[in-house]
Design a protein around this ligand. Sequence first.
Ligand code: R5P
Length: 257
Amino acid sequence: MSDTEQQDRLDKEKQRAAAQALRWVRDGMLVGLGSGSTAAYFIQLLGQTLRGGQLQIQATATSLATEALARRAGIPLLEPRRGLRFDLTVDGADEIGPRLTLIKGGGGALLREKVLATSSDYLLIIADSSKLVPQLGQFPLPLEVVPFALPWVLDTVALLGGNPKLRLDKKKAPQPAHSDQGNILVDCHFKSLPDPNQLALQLQDIPGIVEHGLFLGLASAAIVAEGDQLLLLRPSAEPADAASFGELPKEAGPTSL
Ligand SMILES: O=C[C@H](O)[C@H](O)[C@H](O)COP(=O)(O)O
């Protein structure tokens, strides 16, 4: 299979996972909108559904790019405010490991994504089949770092074996890439992460790291498209056929606000 054919196949899988996620959205929900190409398919489909008048929701975006996309799609947006909780957040992932441990932040949106993930009653991950891995760590782990602290963060992460590299701005290379908050993005090449919980604790202890891309114990479920098959993954269950799991489980129903 050529690279283009492979890319087309993965794009179709992203679209199928995104379309399935639409079935989780209920009228009146407050929805967190993830970032990245898979979340973008979901946002476009959600916009179409809202325009069709089938349901009404309000949403908050996890990045400036997602905010712009949501506006174009006609999705009503809420600014952050105290007391705001989301019934559902739908987001992509860079790696999905055992028990729905995740690496996120390949697009640099890890901080806002984690804020919404932890402010949501239900985090639904949507992904193509390339994201499923037996162990996290092949994908470089993103960090968002306060610019002043950068040299010391790089030294400390190198001691942990992270082989940290500054992410470069795609449009202004060799300038470093900045997050939506104006912080620096660093990618850590651990290669494998046998104990993500331990690493998360170590990273949280380093002054200047605003956030890391390990999402542990946050995802409620993941829809992964693999060819024609849709898998529904839960933190403690074997993969199941997602076609029969379109309903939002009762235990994760909408919050009364
Ligand atoms: O910062 C970006 C996010 O964590 C994305 O959800 C992640 O990179 C997956 O993106 P994509 O759906 O484009 O593979």
